[in-house]
Design a protein around this ligand. Structure first.
Ligand SMILES: Cc1ncc(C[n+]2csc(CCOP(=O)(O)OP(=O)(O)O)c2C)c(N)n1
Ligand SMILES: [Mg+2]
Length: 345
């Protein structure tokens, strides 16, 4: 059953479009539109077998990426699971390097050796891309430990799904993070399903934010279909973390419009449920707010859309034209230590 009751129009009292500055609305729209178009294109290219392996898209969840980006600094870290193309783009990885990675090309963000689930960029403080459900929770906790050790004021965003929230590693990480007051922002993107299993089938605790309470971690639920709400919640959490008070946990309630991965027809949910969330589509909501507050005209929005479509076309061409990695590269770039002795051909 849908858990977000937000109505599309004027339900939060600030829906006339003036809660944030014009530039922020424009950047949200651009960010979300880029993710949506990138992924629609990726799905199409998958069906043409240009992209192989797994492919989990983020369509429907874009407001989460947009609100995190606008509320945090580029220097903040992020680690997440395999549904990561949109988050990687929002961390500043280029459409080109992400598309080329999907194609398995040498110009991809991990030189064509990671594919859809394993984007990574040290330059953009994006630490993956993890295919093992929940594995990134202790990894993010460890990165936050390193930041504390180095006495930086960097926040490490550690994201996971509702399914991953059931992993034991979450509890060990939460406990350590609270004991050591680590600068980590845990975000559960609750899109209500783990593959075909709904949240209510996995536990009697369906309010996933409550998992933080047994560690006395500040924990809240957020409407993830609206970048305004995501931004406000992240800003508050980041201020808490940067002040040295330790971790924060947000359950961001969202929804994926597509199946778990390309091969899932998503028959475990009703059409009505899907339609309910499509009525809350974050792109439409932000477009409406921009128009209403005269932050952008219809023509300006269309120009923005055209520019992004061009960027994606160009990224696809770049991926097509790029070479596959050479066979010898299989043994390269795997470890930071160049002469790591345990890789053999
Ligand atoms: C440790 C482990 N167990 C099982 C799987 C198989 N698996 C892949 S995705 C997934 C569902 C995870 O759902 P969720 O955490 O809600 O993330 P979402 O796909 O909704 O983004 C499962 C069980 C896996 N990859 N790793
Ligand atoms: Mg899920």
């Amino acid at each position: 059953m849908p858990t977000i009751s937000t109505k599309k129009k004027n339900s939060n009292g600030k829906a006339s479009g003036s809660a944030f500055k014009k530039e922020i609305y424009l950047s949200w729209y651009e960010e979300m539109y880029r993710i949506r178009k990138f992924e629609e294109r990726a799905l199409m290219l998958y069906s043409k077998q240009k992209i192989r392996g797994f492919c989990h898209v983020y369509i429907g969840q874009e407001a989460v990426a947009a609100g995190i980006k606008s509320a945090l600094r580029p220097s903040d870290n992020m680690v997440t699971a395999y549904r990561q193309h949109g988050l990687a783009l929002s961390k500043g990885l280029s459409s080109r390097s992400c598309m080329a990675e999907l194609f398995g090309k040498a110009t991809g963000c991990v030189k064509g050796k990671g594919g859809s689930m394993h984007f990574f960029s040290r330059e953009h403080n994006f630490f993956g891309g993890n295919g093992i459900v929940g594995a990134q929770i202790p990894i993010g906790t460890g990165i936050a430990f390193a930041e504390k050790y180095r006495k930086t004021d960097t926040v490490t965003v550690t994201m996971f799904g509702d399914g991953a929230a059931r992993q034991g590693a979450l509890h060990e990480s939460f406990n350590m993070a609270m004991t050591w007051k680590l600068p980590v922002l845990y975000i559960c993107e609750n899109n209500q399903y783990a593959m075909g299993t709904s949240v209510s089938r996995t536990s009697n605790v369906t309010d996933l934010w409550k998992l933080g309470l047994s560690y006395e971690m500040p924990s809240e639920a957020v409407d993830g279909m609206d970048p305004e709400k995501v931004h406000a919640a992240i800003e508050k959490a980041a201020a808490h973390i940067r002040s040295g008070k330790g971790p924060y946990y947000l359950e961001i309630k969202t929804y994926r419009y597509r199946g778990h991965s390309v091969s899932d027809p998503a028959k475990y949910r009703t059409k009505d449920e899907l339609e309910h969330y499509k009525d809350l589509d974050p792109l439409e909501i932000i477009e409406e707010r921009m128009l209403k507050s005269k932050f952008a005209s219809k023509d300006e929005i269309e120009a923005m859309q055209a520019k992004i479509k061009e960027e994606i076309d160009e990224a696809v061409q770049f991926a097509e034209d790029s070479p596959f990695p050479e066979a010898h590269e299989l043994y390269e770039y795997n470890y930071l230590q160049e002469d790591y002795p345990f890789i053999k051909d």
